[in-house]
Write a new protein. Structure first.
Length: 340
């Protein structure tokens, strides 16, 4: 091969090597999840620093696999890239990543794991308020509920409220252009409302009819509003701006809100609140022991929400489903949804 034909190949190889050595960048702004540490929080700060170092080392190691062999003077840099286990051990010791993996696995089931949280200072204050209400009112009520009410009765209550969501789910499936899924949900609703005695039992699951939960926030995501900034509302808990607008489409379809008798309506809403909070009790130990409970809650909720929207965009055969035995309800973490 002559010099004229060889030179472009050498130039192309050099350009590709340079690109491989650069870390990936995201055009969307990335919110910081680190908490400013006081004098007594040195260990927590070091843990988060270790987690960031481990992530950086992993990205550089992946780039180094495609990079050309280093020169003699680069031995020290190469050794640093090839030996990141110490930082990874620090991250594991912190417990933050382990807490998150315990909820959703290493990847969380979605390709967009970054929470867009430019309002973090405000959200943290609201989160502290919600936690105070949760620990002072909701958690004690849920604890008493689980101790007094037998498991089979609690399951019936959960089935009842899940069945009440069917009209909302069917409407949003139609809005998303998924008539086959809407037909399945309609069949499930009719089967559970009749054979299941008003939804207290769930014969549709035994008949292998898939259970899906849809809301207008997911519909807006399916229509193109994929990425939205995170916001936490008092009493309503984690949301995005997209989901706040989605509430306006969900509230008119709530069967409970159509009940005119205030005592019955408020009683059902209170029972739904306690039932939803009782389902979240499995997460209390993880939340209480987390290094940064706000970041854990936000990231886990966003992972779940992004998964739901991405799942709606798949074909029916490729579409997954939420685990029916998951302790994390679709609508809330950690505060229950009060809009239904």
């Amino acid at each position: 091969m002559n010099v004229v034909r060889t030179f472009p190949l050498i130039l192309l190889a050099a350009v590709l090597s340079a690109c491989a050595g650069k870390p990936a960048r995201s055009d969307a702004p990335v919110a910081s999840t680190a908490v400013p540490a006081a004098s007594g929080d040195t260990a927590a700060t070091a843990a988060y620093s270790g987690a960031d170092t481990a992530a950086t080392g992993t990205a550089e190691a992946a780039a180094a696999d495609n990079a050309p062999p280093p020169a003699a003077g680069d031995t020290a840099a190469t050794a640093a890239v090839q030996n990141p286990p110490a930082a990874a051990d620090d991250a594991s010791a912190a417990g933050g990543d382990d807490d998150f993996d315990a909820l959703y696995g290493a990847n969380g089931g979605t390709t967009d794991a970054t929470a867009y949280d430019p309002w973090e200072p405000f959200n943290r204050k609201v989160h502290a308020f919600n936690n105070a209400v949760d620990r002072g009112v909701a958690r004690p009520l849920a604890t008493a509920y689980t101790h007094v009410v037998p498991r089979f009765a609690r399951t019936g209550v959960s089935n009842f409220f899940s069945n009440l969501r069917a009209p909302l789910t069917i409407t949003n499936q139609l809005l998303q252009g998924r008539p086959a899924d809407a037909w399945d949900s309609l069949g499930r609703f009719l089967m559970n409302s009749t054979l299941g005695i008003g939804g207290l039992f769930d014969p549709a699951s035994k008949a292998m009819v898939p259970r899906r939960n849809e809301d207008f926030g997911q519909t807006l995501g399916a229509w193109g509003w994929r990425r939205s900034r995170y916001v936490e509302l008092p009493f309503f808990g984690p949301r995005t701006v997209r989901d706040v607008f989605g509430l306006a489409g969900d509230i008119p379809l709530s069967p409970i809100r159509t009940i005119e008798d205030d005592k019955i309506r408020i009683g059902l809403q209170g029972l739904q609140l306690v039932d939803t909070r009782a389902q979240l009790m499995a997460l209390d130990d993880i939340r209480d022991s987390a290094v940064d409970e706000y970041a854990l809650t936000r990231d886990a909720w966003m992972q779940r929400r992004n998964y739901q929207i991405e799942n709606d965009l798949r074909g029916k055969r490729e579409r997954g489903s939420d685990d029916a035995n998951s302790p994390i309800p679709v609508d809330a973490m950690p505060m229950p949804q009060w809009s239904n």
